[in-house]
Design a binder for this molecule. Structure first.
Ligand code: BGC
Length: 257
């Protein structure tokens, strides 16, 4: 392995509409080559996603494929020892799938699957809004669902699933995710009231030092973050749409040691 490769890993982010991948420079916390995106197949079964992952890797040549380096892949569900254990927003056929084994066999590389929000949390902790922050940090992603990552002194406590908390009698992600804002056509003010209840609950339960808000809508954070009325410092994520790919690569490199 050449020096240029020792600080690389490959990250793949499985989203609802697109599967994105790139080699990641782990010193810079950024893509080492241009990202490739392929539309997510429907139905998004493990086998169909597997075919796309192989196709995606095939788009990279030489050092850009980060040969020899581990691959991290995000999954929007609980991932325990590589096995997918929940499927709130993904095809049910994922339940019980050993994603590490499936993708490792298909690609002939070491693959480590990680929850999507945990990947985003790692990316923010290493390179973004939570970089260098001690104590307890909660990173959330507001999208179709609500994802969460808990980091204690930069160490990930995986699979927290705080989007499934019950808040004021509501299932948090059904009531307060960005998809709920769109579905109910909520104004930013109305949505921020719900987010105040949600983040206020996290604050009471965990007393975090910092809350980071990611997901696609975080690029419009100016319109709703200042309206969230809680005591804890709450800031937008910095890696934006790079968080999944970068975080997956970080996870893989840390798992591989
Ligand atoms: C899933 C989480 C995921 C989040 C964001 C939730 O419905 O249960 O595992 O992190 O959506 O995709």
């Amino acid at each position: 392995m050449s020096d240029s490769q020792t600080s690389r890993a490959f990250g793949i982010d499985i989203g609802g509409t697109g599967i994105k991948g790139a080699p990641v420079d782990l010193e810079a916390g950024d893509f080492a080559a241009e990202r490739v995106r392929i539309p997510t197949p429907q139905p998004a079964t493990p086998e169909a996603i597997g075919d796309v992952v192989v196709e995606l890797l095939g788009e990279f040549e030489g050092d850009d494929a980060a040969p020899g380096a581990p691959i991290g892949i995000t999954v929007p569900g609980v991932v325990s020892h590589g096995v997918v254990r929940s499927a709130a927003n993904i095809d049910e056929s994922w339940l019980g799938t050993d994603a590490d084994a499936l993708f490792s066999n298909l690609t002939g590389r070491r693959v480590h699957a990680v929850n999507d929000a945990d990947a985003a949390g790692l990316a923010e902790a290493r390179y973004g809004a939570a970089r260098g922050r001690g104590g307890l940090v909660i990173v959330t992603t507001l999208g179709t669902g609500i994802g969460s990552a808990l980091l204690l002194d930069g160490v990930l406590v995986p699979n927290t699933e705080l989007g499934h908390l019950e808040v004021e009698g509501h299932h948090a992600e059904t009531w307060a995710a960005n998809s709920a804002r769109e579905r109910k056509d909520l104004s930013m003010e109305e949505w921020a009231e719900r987010l105040t209840v949600y983040y206020g609950t996290l604050e009471r339960l965990f007393s975090p030092e910092l809350i980071v808000v990611g997901g696609g809508i975080s690029k419009r954070s100016d319109e709703f973050l200042p309206l969230i009325d809680i005591g804890t410092t709450i800031v937008p994520a910095r890696l934006r749409n790079r968080a999944g790919v970068v975080g997956a690569a970080v996870y893989a490199s840390e798992r591989a040691g």
